[in-house]
Design a binder for this molecule. Structure first.
Ligand SMILES: C[S@@+](CC[C@H](N)C(=O)[O-])C[C@H]1O[C@@H](n2cnc3c(N)ncnc32)[C@H](O)[C@@H]1O
Length: 275
């Protein structure tokens, strides 16, 4: 921080920002105290004061070991999804597959799949990732994040869930991961306004289900077995009221063993299902 910064911190606090955020924005927009950047800093401060999430204002955010580029085209990855990554990596370790093939359904920024690939690489495991999303905007962000972290064993596929995935990949994935939209339109209507900044299609599930917000999860759980190897595993995040529905869907899909895990806050959150 430069000598001018205490005054800037005070200016941003007086404008309404908490001290910690004021410091973050200054470090982000005026590294080294470059005063030519003052207009950018003030614009960023205004965006934040208007209610835009800090992650979009700054344009990147940590997720496990990665610093992910983020913008309004993708969901801001959540802490509970970091837990899903932990579960998925543990499941792969149990499988002892040497060079796993991984499918990330609804990859968004690439948070899940790229983190798994990165963390496996640090353990000396060379995995291959297919990162899939219906949104070409999201795929652009994920592609940029893969390049940023030198993760090259990734192919990016535009598809509505499994619909446009190459048939030759059936039965080939050791791990399928997904954090699909699982909020219902009704829940969204009463949700925190900050969610309005995120892409609606990343949050709100297709409504064709008796269980609110469950339609996309239902498609993924029922189709996943065809795309998994015989020992493959599906790890999928869901809403805290959807435990019974995911367990029923896993049974109907013919998974041999399955269980549902709580997140660190004690809410039902992650289905783990083995073929
Ligand atoms: C909840 S976001 C998850 C993003 C990222 N995986 C994460 O955890 O931060 C859901 C993602 O699924 C994608 N998506 C929604 N419906 C889809 C569909 N029918 N087929 C493929 N992708 C879909 C959205 O574009 C969005 O990127």
């Amino acid at each position: 921080m430069t000598a001018a910064n205490p005054y800037l911190v005070d200016e941003l606090i007086a404008a309404g920002l908490p001290r910690r955020e004021a410091r973050w924005l200054i470090e982000e927009f005026m590294p080294g105290g470059d005063h030519d950047a003052i207009a950018a800093l003030r614009a960023a401060t205004q965006r934040r004061l208007d209610g835009e999430p800090l992650q979009y204002v700054i344009g990147h955010w940590p997720f496990r070991s990665l610093d992910l580029d983020l913008d309004h085209r993708v969901l801001i990855p959540r802490p509970e999804t970091e837990e899903l990554v932990e579960v998925a990596i543990d499941e792969l370790a149990t499988s002892r597959v040497v060079a796993p093939m991984i499918l990330d359904l609804g990859c968004g920024s690439g948070a899940i799949g790229l983190s798994i690939l990165f963390e496996l690489r640090t353990r000396g495991v060379g995995a291959t990732l297919v990162a899939l999303d219906r949104s070409s905007d999201a795929l652009d962000v994920a592609r940029r994040n893969a390049l940023k972290h030198h993760l090259h064993a990734v192919s990016f596929v535009a598809s509505t869930w499994f619909d446009d995935l190459d048939d030759s990949l059936r039965g080939r994935f050791d791990l399928v991961v997904a954090n699909p939209p699982y909020v219902s339109a009704d829940e969204m209507a009463s949700a925190d306004a900050v969610l309005d900044y995120e892409p609606r299609a990343a949050l709100v599930a297709n409504d064709a289900s008796d269980v609110p917000g469950f339609a996309d999860l239902a498609v993924i759980i029922s189709a996943a077995p065809q795309w998994l190897t015989p020992e493959g595993v599906l790890v999928v995040e869901h809403g805290y009221l959807q435990r019974d529905a995911v367990l029923c869907a896993a049974a109907r899909a013919g998974f041999e063993s399955f269980q549902d895990r709580d997140d660190l806050a004690g809410h039902p959150r992650v289905l783990v299902a083995r073929r």
